[in-house]
Design a protein around this ligand. Sequence first.
Ligand code: MLT
Length: 270
Amino acid sequence: MTCQQLKKAEVHGHTIAYVDKGRGLPILFVHGFPLDHSMWRYQLEALGDQFRVLAPDLPGFGASSGLSTTVMRMEDFADVLAGLLDTLEVTEPVVYCGLSMGGYIAWQFWRRHGHRLRGLILCDTRAAADAPDVAEQRRVNAERVLREGPGFFVDMMLSRLFSAGFLSKSGPVLDEMRRTMMSTPPETIAAVLRGMAERADARQWLGEIRLPCLLVVGEDDILSPPSEMEAMATALPESKLVVIPEAGHLAPLENPEAVSAAIRDFLSQL
Ligand code: MLT
């Protein structure tokens, strides 16, 4: 799979690298942490024939410019994404598709820029805020990454992001994701860990999100397990949950055909 052609735009003081291809209903793909747009490679390929697929590297990640802040909040990311849509003159409502941290940002995007939404696709994500001990551990990890570099953190994340089966097969996608994570600046990892640690509990808003929502979760996801996403689906008024077989947290990479099919089916009903 070749890398997508990246364009660049200036948005709110950041240089944002992004994929923009195809025509039709715009789908905004928002990556997880600490990754970049390339985690959506299969979906961009599979859906770019029928839709306008937009996939930025969030500020600080991938080929976008670095962060100058020590705490990057989900609200800040949501505003940059809305700014990118402004810059690209995307005025029609978009379908927002976020994985994990991309989902945490989705709640803020809905709160702050809800008029821009046609629907939500929430992959392997959570609505709950961090428990206090989890938030504290993120802050400890932030300090350690700044002191020691990202190696220890990347090793820990890899074992959680992918299912045991995928890890044992190894392969080029795994190597590439490791490289992407290792090349994320320690300052970005630290600022975003702190931002995630203080994110709000989105469960309070779920009942108000009157938009078609597709929820997708890998059956072996240990970070945002199917049971938690089932509860989210129950709380969201217009939602459907699809459990993806043979996949962990990064279901779009582990079982791309099943994820792309679920997305295509959802989009065909909008
Ligand atoms: C992600 O995949 O974006 C992360 O697992 C989010 C998190 O650390 O909570």
